[in-house]
Ligand binder design. Structure first.
Ligand SMILES: Cc1ncc(C[n+]2csc(CCOP(=O)(O)OP(=O)(O)O)c2C)c(N)n1
Length: 362
């Protein structure tokens, strides 16, 4: 047990599993406290990680890593996983040269199944792993954790289509639905997974694709998540466990800003001051954004496309402007951004298309 400001929490799956389920909520509190204290000092993916504290504890409580395989999509939300798999002492080195990775990294732990950081890969990788496991140990489960933002990536859709028809896979897809990518989620899938009747629509969607479907309306109710995962673990076929969670949960300055604290450089946990970005001078993103703004002001007809990164690309103010120019957030779909720009029928004389994509995301 690690002692964090007098609040201990488990630092191995064995310690965690030895606790009664009623103790998990206070474990989550202690971990949340630790994350806020440490990440505000080092910088890191604070908002994303506060969303999945209870979910991650429940996964380690119910499943048996590393025999059962846990795959985190993108891998930026793995801090609680790192804590309960023995890496608490490494947290001071987060965000430093050769320090602990911000992502899931196989060289750090036998509990890290894949090296991650490219989004949208977890369903594909986990269906491959589940297929391989089936012949070695038919009781072992594969668990993929995927956010609602990453779920709409092209590769995720291809794999969702595949795994729904692979009815003999012991595969649990845990959908961490906080209705945010970095910016708020957009598009048809968001329309299915949100709204008053989100459970009914989502059940229809996932069952139609071939999955068993279990919803948990409060993904921070750790005992409810444990119950849902236990039910999913009994199944011998693919299952979606859909959790509604809150990005930045428990940290007012993160929960209060829609996407600033998805990732941040060091910040004041009370005021949020110092939160990303802290690069001195003008980045390429800022230079480009200024140029686009001046072109828009000159009455240019401009389409700006971003795959859910308006803030990091310094484009967010465009999405609040009124005027003749078009602004278009295409969700997490970096590849689709290319098709959309300039898509058939969108060619018009004098129109400029600006597709602002991080090179690493292509
Ligand atoms: C292919 C690709 N595009 C963009 C990114 C940048 N990126 C990292 S995390 C993230 C948002 C993830 O949203 P979601 O999957 O919903 O997870 P959440 O952080 O909300 O838990 C983005 C856009 C990336 N890592 N990979």
């Amino acid at each position: 047990m690690a002692n964090n400001a007098c609040k201990p929490f488990a630092t191995s799956p064995t310690e965690l599993k030895a606790l009664p389920v009623a103790a998990l909520a206070s474990q989550a509190d202690a971990i949340r406290h630790f994350l806020i204290e440490k990440i505000s000092a080092t910088g890191g993916h604070i908002g994303a990680n506060l969303s999945v504290v209870e979910m991650t504890l429940a996964i380690h409580y119910v499943f048996d890593s590393p025999r059962d395989k846990i795959i985190f999509d993108t891998g930026h939300q793995g801090y609680t996983h790192k804590l309960v798999t023995g890496r608490m002492p490494a947290f001071d080195s987060l965000n430093t040269y050769r320090g602990m990775s911000r992502f899931i990294a196989r060289e750090e732990s036998e509990h890290d199944t894949i090296d991650a950081s490219h989004a949208g890969t977890s369903i594909s990788l986990s269906s491959g792993i589940a297929s391989a496991l089936r012949s070695q140990d038919e009781t072992a489960s594969t668990v993929a954790v995927i956010g609602d933002g990453s779920l709409v990536e092209g590769m995720a859709f291809e794999a969702l289509n595949f795994a729904g028809s692979a009815q003999d896979l012991k595969l649990v897809l845990v959908l961490n639905d906080n209705e945010m990518a970095i910016a708020p989620s957009v598009g048809g899938v968001r329309n299915v997974t949100t709204g008053k009747d989100w459970q009914q629509k989502s059940r229809h969607f996932f069952e139609g694709l071939g999955y068993q479907y279990i919803a948990v309306a409060n993904g921070h109710d750790v005992e409810a998540v444990v119950k849902a995962l236990e039910a999913a673990k009994q199944l011998a076929r693919p299952c979606v466990v859909h959790l509604k969670t809150e990005k930045g949960r428990g940290l007012a300055c993160a929960a209060g800003h829609p996407y600033k604290l998805h990732f941040s450089m060091p910040f004041d946990p009370v005021t949020g001051q110092g939160a990303a970005p802290t690069v001195a001078g003008k980045t390429y993103a800022v230079v480009l954004a200024e140029k686009l703004e001046s072109l828009m002001q000159k009455d240019g007809d401009i389409d700006v496309i971003t795959p859910a990164t308006p803030y990091a690309s310094s484009l967010d103010k465009f999405f609040n402007l009124s005027g003749p120019s078009h602004r278009c957030g295409d969700g997490r779909a970096a590849c689709h951004g290319y098709g959309l720009w300039p898509g058939p029928g969108r060619e018009k004389a004098g129109c400029v298309h600006a597709n602002h994509i991080y090179a690493k995301s292509i």
